[in-house]
Design a protein around this ligand. Structure first.
Ligand SMILES: Cc1cc2nc3c(=O)[nH]c(=O)nc-3n(C[C@H](O)[C@H](O)[C@H](O)COP(=O)(O)OP(=O)(O)OC[C@H]3O[C@@H](n4cnc5c(N)ncnc54)[C@H](O)[C@@H]3O)c2cc1C
Length: 249
């Protein structure tokens, strides 16, 4: 994990209320798919956790949705400005050699950590992506998503693609696709539906949790989640990726 003063290369809107931010860390940063960074925002004591979408050499790209004051302040930053960043953080997604058919199920800002999986594994594994958006205005990253073997887009309002959630779209096809593993990220109700739908199928499912975080490095315990065995885990340090049966949703 490093703390760097990065320089912003680009910060632009790519969909309604969604921004893509690329910054130069000044040194090569190795990032595993599903790892995240903590972005410092001037005037806010707590950094904001955001998944890494792409890391190439010293350049790192993240995408974020405007939510509260912190992300709104981020959106005002321009190319050339400095950004305090802690990275890479968390465990990330890991694919074993035998996991050749991989389903990616993302919803909302949960699609962003899965973009990094596509960046690393497209062409090496058969990737079946199911990605859900609120509506047409929120649709983004189509070019990156199109690198998957098969892509199903879903919209909550039915304005394009499958009318419903990405989990519903995926569960309709899971028996035909027969993935070796499922990687997912999205809002908790979505992950809960995935957990229920995958019960008894014998297919491993890994989910990335997006809990509220304080420090991002395992010290403050703000992001502690309940495990199904009664123990607790720090989402930032022990996760954010967990086997779905391991955590309470
Ligand atoms: C591992 C991880 C990866 C994430 N990746 C992305 C991503 O790629 N793109 C994206 O748009 N969002 C992502 N999020 C959610 C993002 O961190 C929050 O939307 C953001 O921190 C909100 O900050 P704010 O100041 O705008 O909102 P506020 O609601 O004003 O934030 C107040 C405080 O609560 C925390 N907070 C609020 N909502 C969340 C949340 N859902 N998760 C965690 N902390 C929260 C903030 O860090 C801040 O400390 C991720 C969260 C985690 C934990």
């Amino acid at each position: 994990m490093r703390e760097v003063t990065a320089v912003i290369a680009e910060n632009r809107a790519i969909a309604r209320d969604i921004f893509s931010l690329t910054f130069d860390c000044g040194e090569e940063i190795a990032v595993r798919p599903g790892q995240f960074c903590m972005l410092g925002v001037t005037g806010f004591p707590l950094r904001r956790p955001i998944a890494v979408c792409k890391a190439a050499g010293s350049l790192v790209t993240v995408c974020y949705r405007l939510k509260g004051e912190g992300t709104r302040a981020l959106a005002r930053l321009a190319a050339g400005e400095a950004l305090q960043v802690l990275l890479p953080l968390g465990n990330g997604f890991y694919l074993g050699a035998q996991e050749k058919r991989v389903a990616l199920v993302g919803g909302g800002v949960g699609i962003f950590p899965l973009i990094s999986v596509i960046g690393v594994y497209a062409g090496q594994r058969a990737l079946y992506a199911y990605m859900g958006f609120r509506n047409r205005e929120a649709l983004c990253m189509e070019q990156e998503l199109a690198r998957c073997e098969k892509l199903t887009l879903a919209s909550d309002d039915g304005s394009f693609g499958f009318h419903g959630t990405s989990v519903q779209a995926f569960l309709q096809e899971v028996d035909a696709v027969r993935p070796d593993v499922v990687l997912s990220c999205g809002p908790t109700p979505m992950l809960r539906a995935l957990k229920q739908g995958m019960q008894g199928r014998g297919i491993p499912v890994y989910v990335s949790l997006e809990e509220r975080m304080g420090c991002g490095i395992g010290a403050c315990l703000v992001c502690v989640c309940n495990k199904t065995d009664g123990a607790h885990a720090r989402v930032c340090k022990d996760g954010p990726v967990f086997e779905i049966g391991e955590v309470e949703l």
